[in-house]
Design a binder for this molecule. Structure first.
Ligand code: HEC
Ligand code: HEC
Ligand code: HEC
Ligand code: HEC
Length: 214
């Protein structure tokens, strides 16, 4: 009888104790979690995976407007286009090509149209060693002058490869030079850096200076 009475008393005390604790926890008597300022979403400009440029190759793949590349809507197939040069030997562009910004290398080193375009067929390119790649397949043209960079690009150390690392598992995509570099002005423009990472834990804000014993 007394044992039962004791047990009941202990149970009652424990029930009271735990109810008290539950209330204390619910009221958060021992401090509240620090309210963090909301983390702003990263500007999509930094997560967008599109390349810097829309090349002819990409336009063809996505069925975009390729009319800029139909040279023979304006030019005559039978009449080779002569270059107009100024006193310094720079090409003087007509207003029809005023959207072209030329600047390949310092001192306009590589601005001669026929270093790259084929004068006997404007819709093709020409390399120094006599190959005639299509306008949309220009990477070998770039490679004919930029051999070391081209080798790096083929090996995956320059440019961008995405898809399967293990080629047996699936396809991979290698971006062409002109997906990043404008052939007429190839220097890669500077970009704003993406913001740094957000902290997962709050930094103890303005912690009060430690009291020192005198
Ligand atoms: C909207 C019409 C138009 C289109 C499209 C066009 N051109 Fe031209 N282009 C001209 C005109 C006009 C001239 C100046 C007259 C001339 O030399 O025949 C010119 C001049 C040129 C020149 C000589 C540049 C100079 O200033 O000496 C080259 C090279 C050339 N075009 C290449 C091309 C190539 C390559 C394409 C296609 C990828 C093309 N053009 C598409 C209108 C056009
Ligand atoms: C006929 C040879 C030749 C071809 C073809 C050629 N380049 Fe160049 N490239 C040059 C020269 C020359 C320079 C300037 C090097 C210097 O000034 O020190 C240069 C410079 C560059 C630069 C450095 C930035 C600059 O403007 O100095 C880049 C990037 C570049 N080329 C990319 C390309 C790409 C992409 C292609 C293919 C569309 C290409 N090149 C095709 C000869 C060529
Ligand atoms: C370094 C090589 C190179 C030189 C030099 C060059 N081009 Fe091009 N050009 C290209 C390539 C490659 C393309 C195709 C780019 C693409 O896939 O987007 C092109 C595209 C074009 C186009 C198509 C539309 C456009 O606006 O891009 C025109 C027009 C053109 N070139 C005219 C010229 C003229 C005129 C000159 C001389 C003043 C010239 N190019 C010099 C490599 C060159
Ligand atoms: C995915 C984008 C991308 C592709 C594809 C790409 N490049 Fe570049 N390239 C860059 C960037 C970014 C730089 C660095 C620019 C800087 O440091 O200012 C660069 C630099 C260069 C330079 C000058 C600096 C140097 O000494 O390497 C050359 C030349 C060049 N690229 C050529 C090429 C050629 C040729 C191809 C194709 C075979 C190619 N690139 C493909 C993004 C690309």
């Amino acid at each position: 009888m007394t044992r039962n009475g004791n047990t009941n008393r202990v149970l009652a005390v424990l029930t009271l104790l735990f109810s008290g604790l539950a209330v204390a926890f619910a009221l958060r008597l021992w401090g509240r979690p620090v309210v963090l300022p909301p983390i702003p979403l990263v500007d999509p400009i930094f997560t967008n995976t599109a390349t810097a440029r829309v090349s002819l190759g990409l336009l063809l793949q996505t069925h975009g407007d390729t009319s800029d590349y139909d040279c023979y809507t304006c030019h005559d197939k039978k009449e080779p286009v002569k270059l107009k040069l100024d006193d310094q030997g720079n090409v003087v562009l007509p207003k029809e090509h005023s959207d072209l910004v030329m600047g390949h290398g310092s001192h306009n080193r590589n601005n001669n149209c026929y270093n790259c375009h084929d004068e006997s067929n404007l819709e093709a390119l020409q390399t120094r060693d006599g190959r005639h790649p299509k306008l949309a397949e220009s990477s070998p043209l770039c490679g004919s002058c930029h051999g070391p960079t081209y080798d790096d690009w083929e090996a995956g150390a320059h440019g961008r490869i995405s898809g399967y690392w293990d080629r047996k598992l699936g396809p991979f995509v290698r971006q062409n030079c002109v997906a990043c570099h404008d052939p007429h002005k190839p220097a890669f423009p500077p970009r704003a850096p993406a913001p740094g990472p957000h902290l997962l834990h709050p930094i103890a804000q303005a912690a009060p200076p430690q009291e020192r014993n005198p």
